[in-house]
Design a protein around this ligand. Structure first.
Ligand code: HEC
Ligand code: HEC
Ligand code: HEC
Ligand code: HEC
Length: 352
C-alpha cells in the first residue's frame, strides 16, 4: 500500500526537480513596449552576471595635450592621423596597442627600426581600420549615437575580433535526394541550432537583398520565396542572440512587418543593418588581398563584421559605455553622402 502511494509522489518530486533545473534562478522580466502589447524582455540573472564580466570597457589613458605641432608635420608617413597633435598621436598609438596587440606591442604593426615603413600588412590593415572607425563614429550616428566605438569595441585586446563571419564552403552537390542541402538542415549555432539556412549573412549583410518574410516583392510582384523567409528568420535569430534580447525588443509580434507599434530600437537596428553592409563592402572586402591566406575563410573570403562583432551579447556594446568621446583621433568630420538619411527609405515607428 505504502509503496503504491509513494511512487507518484516520487515521480512528482523528480519532475519538480527536473523543471526547477530549467531556469535557475528565476528569470528577470522587463516590459519595454506599450501597455498590453506583451513586449517583454525575459533574461536569466545568472547569465547576465557572466556576461557583465566579459563586457567592461577599459579605462581611457590620461588625456594628452591637443596643442603643439600636428603629427602630419612631424612624422614621415602619416595618412590618416595627420590632423591630430603629436601628444594625441602618441596616446592613440599606445591605446591601439592595448586594444589590438597588447602582447606583441608596437612590433605587431611596425618595423621598430623604422616606424614610417609600411612593410607589415598589419599596419596597412590598421590604417584602414582607423578610417573605418572614424567613419562609424562620424557617419553612422544614426546607429552608434554619441556613444561611438573604438578598436576595443570589436577587438577586445585581441589581434582578431572573436565574433566575425565567413561565407560557408560551397554546398556539396552529391546528387539524389540528399544532394542539395541548400545550406540548411544542419543545426548551426548561428541560427539558434535550428535547421534554418546557416548563411543568412551573405545575402543581407554583404548583399542588400530585401529582408522580408511575406507579401509581394516590390520588384517582381511575386510572393517571397520560402528560402527568403527562412533566411530572414535566420538573420533575426542572429540579431536577437547578438543583443541578448527577444524578438519583442524590436517587434510587436501582432505583426512583425509593420513599423507601426515596433519599438524605436527597431529603427536603430534598421540603420545597423545598413552600417554593417557598408563596413563589409567598403572596408573589409577591399582588404582581402592585403591579408595573408591563413587569415581568410575556406572560400578565400575576408573575415566580416556582423551584429555580434560589436554587441557580444549586449543590447548596447560594453553596456553603452561612451567609447568615442575620449579619443579625438577617432572622430572625423561626417561625410553627408555616407549614411542613408531620414528619407522615404528610412522607417519611422509610432506606438500604438
Ligand atoms: C595595430 C597597429 C599599430 C600598433 C600596434 C602601433 N602602431 Fe604606430 N602606426 C600604425 C599606423 C596605421 C600608423 C600610420 C597612421 C596614419 O597613416 O595616419 C602608425 C604610425 C606611427 C608613427 C609615425 C611614423 C612615421 O614617421 O610615419 C609612429 C611614430 C608610431 N606609429 C609609433 C608607434 C608606437 C611607439 C607604438 C607602440 C606603443 C605603435 N606605433 C604601435 C599602427 C600601429
Ligand atoms: C567594426 C569592428 C572593428 C573595429 C571597430 C576595428 N576592427 Fe580591426 N578588424 C576587424 C575585423 C573583422 C578584422 C579581420 C579579422 C580577420 O582577418 O580574421 C580586423 C583585423 C584587424 C587587424 C589585422 C590583424 C591580424 O592579425 O590579421 C588589425 C591590425 C586591426 N584590425 C586593427 C584595428 C585597429 C587599430 C582598430 C581601431 C582603429 C580596429 N582594428 C578597429 C574589425 C574591427
Ligand atoms: C534588434 C531589433 C530586432 C530584433 C531583436 C528582431 N528583429 Fe525582426 N526585424 C528588425 C528589422 C530592423 C527588420 C527590417 C529589416 C529591413 O527592412 O532591412 C526586421 C524584419 C523582420 C521580419 C520581416 C518582416 C517583413 O517585412 O516581411 C520578420 C518576419 C522578423 N523581423 C521576425 C523577427 C523574429 C522572429 C525575431 C526574433 C527571433 C526578430 N525579428 C528579432 C529588427 C529586429
Ligand atoms: C560597429 C559596432 C556595431 C555594430 C557592428 C552593430 N552595432 Fe548596434 N550599437 C552599437 C553601439 C555603439 C550602440 C549604442 C548606441 C547608443 O548608445 O545609443 C548600438 C545600439 C544598438 C541598438 C539600440 C539598443 C538600445 O538598447 O537602445 C540596437 C537595436 C542595435 N544596436 C542593433 C544592432 C544590429 C541589429 C546590428 C547588426 C545588424 C548591430 N547593432 C551592429 C554598435 C554596433
Amino acid at each position: 500500500m505504502m509503496k503504491v502511494a509513494r511512487a507518484p509522489l516520487l515521480l512528482m518530486l523528480a519532475a519538480a526537480a527536473l523543471l526547477a533545473g530549467c531556469e535557475r534562478p528565476r528569470p528577470d522580466t522587463v516590459q519595454n513596449g506599450w501597455h498590453g502589447t506583451g513586449m517583454v524582455q525575459v533574461s536569466n540573472p545568472r547569465i547576465n552576471e557572466a556576461k557583465a564580466d566579459a563586457n567592461q570597457a577599459p579605462e581611457p589613458l590620461a588625456a594628452a595635450a591637443q596643442e603643439g605641432p600636428k603629427a602630419g608635420a612631424i612624422y614621415q608617413n602619416v595618412k590618416v592621423l595627420g590632423d591630430v597633435s603629436v601628444g594625441e598621436f602618441t596616446r592613440t598609438m599606445l591605446s591601439l596597442t592595448a586594444w589590438v596587440a597588447p602582447e606583441q606591442g608596437c612590433a605587431y604593426c611596425h618595423n621598430t627600426q623604422n616606424l614610417a615603413e609600411d612593410s607589415k600588412y598589419t599596419k596597412v590593415v590598421a590604417r584602414r581600420m582607423l578610417q573605418m572607425t572614424r567613419a562609424i563614429n562620424a557617419d553612422w550616428k544614426t546607429h552608434v549615437a554619441a556613444t561611438g566605438v573604438t578598436c576595443y569595441t570589436c577587438h577586445r585586446g585581441q589581434n582578431i575580433p572573436a565574433n566575425v563571419w565567413f561565407a560557408p564552403p560551397p554546398r556539396p552537390d552529391r546528387g539524389g535526394v540528399s544532394g542539395d542541402n541548400a545550406l540548411q538542415n544542419k543545426p548551426a549555432h548561428i541560427v539558434g541550432l535550428s535547421s534554418l539556412p546557416y548563411d543568412p549573412f551573405s545575402p543581407y549583410l554583404l548583399g542588400d537583398e530585401d529582408i522580408r518574410a511575406a507579401g509581394l516583392m516590390a520588384t517582381t510582384g511575386k510572393l517571397q520565396s520560402t528560402q527568403h523567409t527562412e533566411k530572414t528568420y535566420g538573420l533575426m535569430i542572429h540579431m536577437s542572440n547578438s543583443l541578448g534580447v527577444n524578438c519583442t525588443f524590436c517587434h510587436n509580434t501582432r505583426n512583425f512587418a509593420t513599423w507601426d507599434g515596433s519599438s524605436p530600437q527597431r529603427v536603430t537596428a534598421w540603420y545597423g543593418i545598413r552600417m554593417v553592409r557598408a563596413l563589409n563592402n567598403e572596408y573589409l572586402v577591399p582588404l582581402t588581398s592585403t591579408f595573408p591566406p591563413e587569415r581568410l575563410g575556406s572560400t578565400g573570403d575576408v573575415a566580416k563584421v556582423y551584429c555580434n562583432t560589436c554587441h557580444n551579447g549586449i543590447n548596447k556594446p560594453l553596456y553603452g559605455a561612451p567609447m568615442a568621446k575620449d579619443y579625438p583621433a577617432l572622430a572625423a568630420p561626417a561625410d553627408p553622402a555616407a549614411t542613408p538619411v531620414a528619407s522615404a527609405d528610412a522607417p519611422a515607428t509610432q506606438q500604438p
